[in-house]
Ligand binder design. Structure first.
Ligand code: HEM
Length: 377
């Protein structure tokens, strides 16, 4: 009882100044808490996010791992059957496209333009290689009808393939300004179809040419002489030659080697379009098991060789037409004048003359008259 009494006595004893002081401190305390407490919640939030971010950076996102693997060419499952059908992104594709667009398509067509300009300059300054003797009417049979059929089938398909192939490679840049986008789309579609149809026809022509003409084209010592004298392209001399001269033999072997490589790489490229798989036995060839890397290699081989070949073919076309008097006649009618044979293929001319196979004008006229009579009847 006494203690309670003494406490109330003490309270009664607190001075008014002390009471006011206590009231001020209380008020300041409340104000400080009102400011600090909301800020404290922010700091708690900030520290929390920092911790989460730290945790996230140290852990690896499983999705990015997945896409990294896809980009590296790791295969997955696909119901589609075929080589690499489970691979979404082939890593070599970008490199191949760079090589195709930035090197092959950019520089190689200039080789064709360069050869064209050289031939034009040669023709302007040197002119046609004319016959020294005027044709007398004596003729020699040089190519039979089947030789000519195969030659022209191959030549026409080559020209169609060269135009459509170049359109596919550089047509976008060259033709869109001329035809517009819709016009080019139509042309590009037609080019692909013509290219895919002409390719197999051309391949047949190349194989037939090789089989039929390899016998004329084995190299001899005379060919070396022919090359030493520059093929008679400059000056008035006529280097020696057998049935085919050194230049024609070089062209034949180029057609054989490059032709086969272009045709095989073309078949590799067209196989999926015609829906046939490359047979397993062909796997001994380095680029024919149908994977994307193989297709890219086949594409590069096909494009580089075809462009180089087209440049050289311009030379053959020039020599066979505007460049040499009487050459085109041989491949169109099958006969050449005796004067042409003597000038360009002297050894062959001598052989034919020895065998008595030169057709005299009277014989040709009589034959023509007989044909006229039989058709009239
Ligand atoms: C418009 C185009 C062409 C023309 C005017 C042309 C003209 C000729 C001529 C006149 C000959 C006969 C030469 C002679 O009798 O000595 C010939 C032979 C030949 N042509 Fe063509 N040609 C053309 C395109 C082609 C093409 C594109 C190829 C191959 C892809 C080709 C391959 C050959 C071959 C392999 C020979 C025989 C050469 C030999 O056996 O040594 N020609 N050509």
């Amino acid at each position: 009882m006494q203690t309670q009494h003494s406490k109330s006595e003490q309270r009664q004893k607190m001075s008014p100044a002390r009471k006011r002081k206590m009231a001020w401190y209380g008020l300041l305390g409340i104000l400080a808490m009102a400011i600090i407490l909301p800020l404290a919640s922010y700091s708690v939030h900030f520290l929390g996010t920092e911790a989460v971010a730290q945790e996230a950076s140290s852990a690896v996102n499983p999705r990015s791992n997945y896409w990294r693997a896809v980009k590296e060419g790791v295969g997955g499952y696909s119901a589609v059957q075929g080589a690499e059908s489970g691979i979404l992104i082939a890593p070599g594709g970008t490199e191949w496209q760079r090589l195709r667009d930035n090197t092959i398509a950019k520089y190689m067509p200039w080789g064709i333009v360069g050869v064209f300009v050289l031939l034009l300059l040669y023709h302007l300054f040197h002119g046609k290689n004319k016959l020294d003797e005027r044709p007398s009417g004596r003729r020699i049979k040089r190519w039979n009808w089947f030789d000519r059929l195969v030659h022209w089938m191959t030549a026409i398909s080559f020209i169609a393939l060269a135009i459509t192939g170049t359109s596919m490679l550089i047509g976008k840049a060259l033709l869109i300004p001329l035809l517009g986008k819709a016009g080019f789309a139509l042309w590009a579609q037609a080019s692909i179809t013509v290219h895919n149809v002409m390719g197999p026809l051309f391949t047949v022509g190349i194989v037939l040419m090789i089989v039929m003409w390899i016998w004329h084209n084995f190299p001899t010592a005379t060919d070396l002489q022919w090359f030493k004298q520059g093929g008679g392209l400059f000056g008035k001399n006529h280097p020696p030659a057998g049935r085919m001269n050194g230049g024609e033999k070089a062209w034949f072997w180029l057609v054989t080697v490059v032709g086969l490589a272009v045709c095989v790489s073309g078949i590799v490229l067209v196989a999926p379009i015609y829906g046939f798989a490359i047979p397993e036995w062909a796997g001994f060839l380095p680029w024919v098991d149908g994977t994307r890397v193989d297709m890219q290699e086949a594409n590069v081989i096909h494009a580089v060789l075809s462009l180089g070949w087209t440049a050289v073919a311009l030379g053959h076309v020039y020599i066979g037409t505007a460049g040499t008097e009487g050459a085109f006649e041989g491949m169109s009618t099958g006969y050449v004048s005796a004067e042409w044979a003597k000038q360009h293929h002297d050894q062959w001319y001598n052989e034919v003359a020895e065998k008595g196979k030169i057709i005299e004008p009277e014989v040709s006229a009589a034959k023509a008259a007989a044909t006229r009579v039989s058709t009239a009847n």
